[in-house]
Design a protein around this ligand. Sequence first.
Ligand SMILES: *Cc1c(COP(=O)(O)O)cnc(C)c1O
Ligand SMILES: [Zn+2]
Length: 446
Amino acid sequence: MSLEPSCWYACVRGCEGRHPMDQSIYHCPKCGGLLDVEHDLAALGSKTADEWKQLFRERACEMVGPEASGVWSKGEWVLPSLHPKLRISLGEGRTPLLSVPRLAQEIGIQDLWMKQCGTTHSGSFKDLGMTVLVSHVNQMIAHGSAIRAVVCASTGDTSAALAAYGASAGIPTLVLLPEGKISEAQLAQPLANGAIVLALETDFDGCMHLVEEISHDPQFYLANSKNPLRIEGQKTLAVEMAEQLAWDPPEWIVIPCGNLGNVSALGKGLMMMKQLGLIDRLPRVLAAQAQSANPLYHSYRDGFESFEPQEADATLATAIRIGNPVSYERAVKVLRELDGVVEQASEQALADASARADLHGLYTCPQTGVALACLSKAVQDGIIRATDRVVVIATAHGLKFTEFKTRYHSDSIPNVQSRLANRPIRMKADAKAINEQIAREIDRRT
Ligand SMILES: *Cc1c(COP(=O)(O)O)cnc(C)c1O
Ligand SMILES: [Zn+2]
């Protein structure tokens, strides 16, 4: 038995066979199902849990270089086949875990934390997966692969991350976006990074379908989260969070879900830590969906017996407007393993939840609003208890969703009442009038 960590592709449905990492495959050759990156747990187990914790702790002190990345500081668990010189890193991960006691109190629990995944290079957790995928492509190209471009369909954040890492590596990037269905900032990002941006008259699911066709050509490497390399990077989110909580996991993790790659990654990270002894129990997961795009919610209500793809309706949470999630099978596996619950949030509830969180100094994206609204619902329903420790995964930076903020605060979102709207006060430049106004405003806020 080799004690060097190694990994390979294997079928998520459990078909036999290990497929080497140096090929562009996205499906099990036997059944056509999704693939997973599997690790040699025996080799990883040659270090004790305490030795891993110690090593991660030492690396957390690094200020620059690969170990300063939240992903590559866990590199043996992520992609041991990668040569360190070929890493493409933009300082991803190592995001803050914030305690928010006053928000917790409003929601009705005692111990609430926000994992601020948007505090990172391109502004969303997608960086965690893209550093792995693009590094791996970089290595395949260095070894003579015919790949000419990395490609993805996107609800905005995937393309922003892919374009950034692709540009950093000098690998051309092609992104397919549903025209008019992503935020302005999310469109500006891939344009600025020089990606080929195709704005298509379809929705995300339509873009996904096309990108799968395009990636049949081995020149075009598929970068959507169907690709298990993304999951490997994103799973470090769980490890980093556990580390920040001194390896004492919360009772619940709440995560907004669209294509279901991130909840799968979260679960994979948690289970890997449990298997290697770094944590001794598993949190439960609350998967949060927008009511307008809720195929997982429906499937959950049916005990995951059936799954109906849908045409997702418009939602403020544009990054999770997905009706036919690619990682459905992976996510169900995780939710079964972690005794997961799926909840949904209306547009009104997500908008208010986001605005309320911002009043505690956060700047939440609408997807994080979905998570917070579902958390409140689960607390009201008694699913999450007041004494449970909860971590909410804040998936993107609110600055990527400026239109959402300005529209909420100008009360101009159709069918949503902006109960917490805060408008600029227009008035004469007159000191006395200003003084009176300030007094009224401060009274209103205290
Ligand atoms: C991609 C994304 C999600 C959803 O993640 P999935 O892996 O697609 O379920 C949630 N929030 C934001 C901000 C995202 O960019
Ligand atoms: Zn299979």
